[in-house]
Design a protein around this ligand. Structure first.
Ligand SMILES: [Fe+2]
Length: 401
């Protein structure tokens, strides 16, 4: 493995940014957090001056009555698009585009997990921009400002209510529609809506939150704002994921997980490192929930990044409730063990072998990871050999970097 010179130099300094410290942070979203905050959705629609809303959600949200908890409070006419699927394909994004353009909607409300919120975010963009859904795949493809949007998460994981990204699957590969214009107008984060999440969904989405916070903290683009959010987010997930998984009606655990996920959304402006890239290479092939696919590599990348991010490891260890008084590499291994324990505690697979990856495919997956999902912000630069070694370690279950 090769260390990236300039970033390696920079990790020796606080926040591993160059000196003088220089960064920008942009988050125009109004946030309303707490039990009962969904009561205020109607006032938010009025505050935005909207007259007709499209609610973007999925069938489960409608069937379980959770979508109705939002729509009952809307003070303006609305219609519901409930055909969002998990890990939505580009065809779903196109259906959303057709729906939002069929009537003069001037507000989009996303209700659900990351997939529904991602589709709601692009719907707001499609409402005011011409072109096929596929033509927006990539970065900064929206010429005009989207119509206003309100996001109401019903899981505690993606932080999508505060991010610029919408993920779509195009011909079997994870791709993204990215634009700062997609940042929602309002995020209403009500932990009450997460109380009935089944344990499996609690586990996967909670691991996603842990990944967002940890990968953002290890990113070369981290800054004091993203680091503060990330460390708080990690501490909240470490303390509460197991409790929320075992006792879904534990209100403090649910509230803490909602807050931890939200912190991940704030931290995500530092971007992800190779954990999410690795996750993308196995998600579609093995039909894994997003939080499972990115949760699996997390312990291994913590172990790998420990030396490159040495000056930051003690704070990371404290957030993971690991004794920080050992040197960076050994500390990385300890934190990695802790992360693996958290994953297996909530029944998330921790090796590639477990999810069905064939030993003979490791090289292909490693090559795809580097070719399709590069991370210029990674403090570690992987070549084909070191990435293949990482995939082998993930297959065998070895945390030894
Ligand atoms: Fe994620």
């Amino acid at each position: 493995m090769q260390l990236f010179g300039s970033l390696l130099e920079s990790v020796k300094k606080p926040f591993h940014g160059l000196r003088p410290l220089k960064f920008s942070y942009f988050l125009p979203t109004k946030l309303s957090f707490g039990f009962g905050s969904v009561e205020g959705v109607g006032a938010e629609t009025k505050g935005l001056g909207s007259t007709k809303a499209l609610v973007v959600t999925d069938g489960v949200m409608v069937k379980t009555g959770i979508a109705q908890k939002v729509t009952d409070r809307l003070a303006i006419p609305f219609e519901v698009f409930d055909e969002v699927e998990a890990e939505p394909k580009i065809e779903v994004a196109q259906a959303v585009a057709d729906s939002v353009r069929s009537k003069p909607y001037d507000l989009v409300i996303g209700v659900g997990g990351g997939s529904s919120m991602d589709m709601a975010k692009v719907a707001a963009g499609f409402a005011s921009n011409e072109g096929t859904a596929r033509s927006f795949v990539g970065n900064d493809m929206f010429a005009r400002k989207p119509v206003p949007s309100i996001m109401v998460p019903t899981t505690a994981g993606t932080g999508a209510e505060l991010t610029v990204t919408s993920m779509v699957t195009v011909e079997g590969h994870k791709q993204w529609i990215n634009s700062p214009l997609l940042l929602p107008s309002v995020a209403v984060v009500d932990p009450e809506l997460t109380m009935t999440m089944p344990p499996g969904v609690t586990a996967a989405t909670g691991m996603d939150a842990l990944c967002h916070n940890t990968e953002a903290y290890l990113s070369g683009l981290a800054n004091p704002i993203t680091d503060s959010a990330a460390l708080e987010g990690i501490a909240l997930v470490v303390k509460n994921l197991q409790k929320a998984f075992e006792s879904g009606n534990d209100r403090i655990a649910r509230e803490s997980m909602s807050l931890g996920a939200l912190m991940g959304g704030i931290a995500l402006q530092a971007k992800m490192v190779y954990g999410h890239s690795i996750g993308y290479t196995v998600a579609t092939r093995f039909k894994l929930a997003h939080g499972v696919s990115c949760g699996l590599p997390l312990p291994y990348i913590i172990s790998d990044y420990a030396v490159a991010c040495a000056p930051k490891m003690k704070k990371l260890a404290e957030a993971y409730e690991v004794d920080p008084s050992i040197e960076a590499q050994a500390l990385g291994r300890e934190v990695a063990e802790k992360a693996r324990g958290i994953a297996s505690g909530v029944k998330i697979p921790t090796t590639l072998r477990e999810i069905g990856v064939a030993e003979s495919d490791l090289g292909t997956l490693a090559d795809e990871c580097l070719a399709m999902y590069p991370r210029p912000n990674s403090p570690l630069v992987f070549d084909r050999k070191s990435m293949a070694q990482l995939y082998r370690r993930m297959w065998e279950g070895s945390l030894e970097a």
